[in-house]
Design a protein. Sequence first.
Lengths: 326, 326
Amino acid sequence: MATARDVAERAGTSTAVVSYVFNNGPRPVSADTRRRVLEAAAELDYRPNILARALSAGRTYSLGLLIPQIRNPYFATLAEHLENFARQHDHLLLIGDSAGDPEQESAHIGSFIERKVDGVVLVSLLVEPAIQRFAAAGVPVVALHPVPEGVTVSTLSIDYVAAAEASTDHLLSHGYRTLGVVTGPEDSPGTSEHRRGIERALDKHPRASARYVASPVSRFAARDAVQPWFKQKRPPRAIYCSTDEQAFGVLFAAWEAGLRVPEDVAVMGFDGTSECTVTVPPLASVRQPIEETARSAVELLLDRTNTQAARHVLDYALVPSTSCGC
Amino acid sequence: MATARDVAERAGTSTAVVSYVFNNGPRPVSADTRRRVLEAAAELDYRPNILARALSAGRTYSLGLLIPQIRNPYFATLAEHLENFARQHDHLLLIGDSAGDPEQESAHIGSFIERKVDGVVLVSLLVEPAIQRFAAAGVPVVALHPVPEGVTVSTLSIDYVAAAEASTDHLLSHGYRTLGVVTGPEDSPGTSEHRRGIERALDKHPRASARYVASPVSRFAARDAVQPWFKQKRPPRAIYCSTDEQAFGVLFAAWEAGLRVPEDVAVMGFDGTSECTVTVPPLASVRQPIEETARSAVELLLDRTNTQAARHVLDYALVPSTSCGC
DNA sequence: TTGTAAGCGTTATCAC
DNA sequence: GTGATAACGCTTACAA
């Protein structure tokens, strides 16, 4: 593999100039010299050694994505978009999948810091400790979930409370009086926001009631979580899920229990992954702007001028479908 | 951040010894010195700079995974297991998702080579060109799909022909006479193996016939691909899919067309992802040994002694379920 | 068993 | 505009 020294020799100049050319700075280079360098580089098929560059310049041209579970289509989609935008900016995306395990998340945090990623997109189980560690290491972070007041970090998310309210309200407006709610684990970020939105909607429908169950964000866990309801004489007439992933499990549990969706039980997901359009039956959901989230996250992380921690709120969209009775 | 020099000073020794301690070699260190170094390191919270280590030693302690689509649960599961095993060996897993696009795959190949990963797990769209580039760059590769004879590379896979034959035979043994086959794109690795296996099974059931359609490996594409069949007077009585991902789309298409599974049309997937157990109805499939594949792949890549290119054949398992009529 | 010092391939300072 | 040269932090001959 050719090095900058090889290119410099061939172009009759120095490694410094080769560096100036390839980085467009920090010193100017005459048009003629630049041409000779580029020619020599092309002839030798020179590519700067990223590792050396990283060591010297302190930038790795990589971004980290820390998520609870890559198998969740929402995160898989997010990863795809982030990777695209990262590539457009000549960055590599590292994916850290915690598999719902705080210890694994912690290991990934260490790994990202060790490898000196230029920034991290965070969907954390630990939230505050995670943010602290990255802050201490000087790694810029964008969090995609609700973060407690007072924690200094950029966030990029929809208004979860409003979205949960809108979704629940939609269900209750169908006339469904008994609501089942599947949230994530008690302490996971977002759970309280979903609850808050649901309570608000319930306030507007005084004759409706709700029962709650917390479940890991997995279709398998969610199926298990709602099975008891479906064995009861009077299962909830409608089920609100805080993620599509869980809703997939609920659709299955209903089928397994011999309940028709939406005739016997209506189901609403959350995230609006495209997988919703091909479930049996198609799943109503709240669409998150995944692509826009990814684009903004990459821009925020790579824009070295803007170091302000700002909280950005994106738009969501309610997407009715067969599963909610439309 | 503390450096080896800091640790050396504090322990009253040299950076060389610090290195010997942290790498268990290549020179021996006295028990006492080792202890002093470890103490100093602990006090300073020293962690070797991976970038510097990589530049100097030529190893990055990272593995690459190149796949067509992270949203496919089979690949997502594979990624999870690989990441676990990689972590157990103190390696980071880089995931390159080509999204079915050869250009993106090509970009990832360049990226992996540039970043000097220690090895690559390959599920390629391009196969031979990909293998060539890694070979030229001296990057060890394990391919998880069928590879043309004569190409020198380690492979790790089930016997696709036998598995396809067993699966098809299972369907035909139910008495289904008309078979629909959904394969991947014509030129994708594996497609011809599936075909070969199917032909063999058909030979054993002379009264059965098959029609074929090639489709990108996506549930959405597969739904579109089989829709015409389901609009016909006589749709195929059973459908064989070369991936679960496609079978998910087929289940949806059947529902959409008002056909019952398995009463009107039976469906068989391939890969045996756990998502099969919670589809409506549960999907019969051929289970691939994903975890074992991941374990072996990591071991093969990290075992620097064994540089032989060997073709390893793993076991598959036919998993009947509701969708095939059991 | 330990220490010195020469890389690894960049970047960027500073003098010209 | 350009070119020596000193980092960056580690590994590893080689010498002691």
